[in-house]
Design a binder for this molecule. Structure first.
Ligand code: THU
Length: 134
């Protein structure tokens, strides 16, 4: 784990405190860093229609994409769990499509961290290549 990821983890921790999670009370924060060094954060936002809930990772990625960003170097995900919380399956797909090159850091509030790449979290992923390969 490189120490240079700590500021991104801190940004994800701050974003986590904005979580709108009245149903699960499970607070998650995320932060993505762009090639240019900008940071976009996200928190999970839950809907009373539970299936409409959006995870912290996707909120961060949507915010960055909607500001025109396309290239990401790091993504941090923070939750208060002893076993580090990984991105859900839906987020893995979105990370594969939009932040493939990013180093993904899972972190908790006790200083535990682990690094991954999306190819290891989502092997044999589906993406736009298949749509052109009939
Ligand atoms: N959640 C995230 O925001 N990111 C994850 O990586 C796992 C799950 C959220 C969705 C929901 O608001 C709550 O955690 C419980 O599933």
């Amino acid at each position: 784990m490189s120490e240079s990821e700590e500021p991104l983890i801190e940004a994800a921790k701050r974003a986590r405190l904005q979580s709108v999670a009245p149903f699960s009370n499970f607070l998650v924060g995320a932060a993505v860093k762009t090639e240019g060094g900008k940071v976009y954060t996200g928190c999970n936002v839950e809907s009373a229609s539970y299936g409409l809930t959006v995870c912290a990772e996707r909120v961060a990625i949507w915010k960055a994409l909607s500001e025109g960003e396309r290239n990401f170097t790091e993504l941090a995900v923070v939750a208060d769990t002893e076993t580090l919380t990984p991105p859900c399956g839906t987020c893995r797909q979105i990370i594969w499509e939009f932040a493939k090159g990013a180093t993904i850091v899972f972190a908790n509030l006790d200083g535990k961290r682990e690094e991954f790449h999306i190819a290891d979290l989502l092997p044999r992923a589906f993406d736009a290549r298949f749509l052109k390969n009939k």
